[in-house]
Design a protein around this ligand. Sequence first.
Ligand SMILES: C[C@@](O)(CCOP(=O)(O)O)CC(=O)O
Ligand code: SF4
Length: 394
Amino acid sequence: MYLTPEEEKTLNGEYGESLQKAIEILVALGDIYGADKLIPVKSAQIAGVSYKTIGDAGLEWISDLEGKVKIPSILNPAGMDIVRWDEMGIDPVFAKKQQEIIEAYAKLGIQTKCTCTPYYLEGFNVTLDDHIAWSESSAVSYANSVIGARTNREGGPSALSAALVGKTANYGYHLDEMREPVVAVEVDCELSGSDLGALGYVVGKTVGSRVPIFYMKNEPSKNEMKALGAALAASGAVALYHIEGVTPEATRKTFTRPDEVIPVERTQIDEVYETNKDILSSEIITIGCPHCSVEELEEIAGLVEGKKLQKEMWVCTAREVAERHPDLVQKIEKSGAKVVCDTCMVVSPATNKYASITVNSGKALAYVPSMCKVAAKYASIEDCINEAGVVDEN
Ligand SMILES: C[C@@](O)(CCOP(=O)(O)O)CC(=O)O
Ligand code: SF4
């Protein structure tokens, strides 16, 4: 791989050991995947923040690094709401370790906003053809597919390396030819709301890590595409998908229809809602995987207005989004639900104490059983709220 004289100096350790380690990681990945050079990236999003997933080994690795990131960089969700962790029932020992992880990242100049939806935040609004280095799989999918930006599914260490160097290796989804669809998904019915997360859950299993193009009967919204991409990345490992005539790259050009076709029928979507239907009543309801947008917060606020919920319900979102809309947060919390920031039902140990959960996310449906050992059921936002046991306040 070609390196500029400056990059060679970094690799030789002239700018310190941390930058040397970082560029070594980028060059190693570039060599494995046949990159020709390093390219500048506009921002980085770094996974591996929850103490539940990275443990002491992760904390030690981050704490040993020195220097400052060169581009706007942000974190994935942590294991707790940084402010209201006590209300989530988080153990103080866990909370202390979690704070240490966040402080170690902050020392490197990384913004300690913990979210899987950086594209909603100030300073992270990427656009078509921007090169970035993001790592959370739903954020990667949204950036690549819905925005048309370019990122590989970075691991925590490689995203952190890209943040420190300000560059990434030019391979994979940074290249035009790797963004061509190779499998067609033909959906035979109109879909809306949580149907899209169910579609991703179904299709991801067959598509694996390939690039699909969807032929749909109706046009999904950005929130629906967020749910589709998140589920595709969780039940499969899809980092980029297209929807003919909808997503930016499938609008500016007409892709050749791939020979392999996966047909999807309504009955397959309906089956997702039947998962674990023997769990008659869940102990907790969680919405916001990926983190809620303002439109989703508005929808939830509208649905819970004038109601009291009987069960624990979390609405997960980015702190910055919650802070921009205190009125919506207040409306939601008046019902007894909690607007939980900086974390989610998958990466927080607070979920593990429940036996059963209802989610509106195909991604959470795929991950909660394995990562939290909690039985999960799938429902629309409206049915999630009904599951929480709604009583009229009046
Ligand atoms: C499940 C996931 O959304 C959260 C866990 O990630 P982390 O490695 O703890 O940051 C990661 C992913 O899908 O990329
Ligand atoms: S809310 Fe969902 S998409 Fe976001 S970090 Fe948690 S598991 Fe990943």
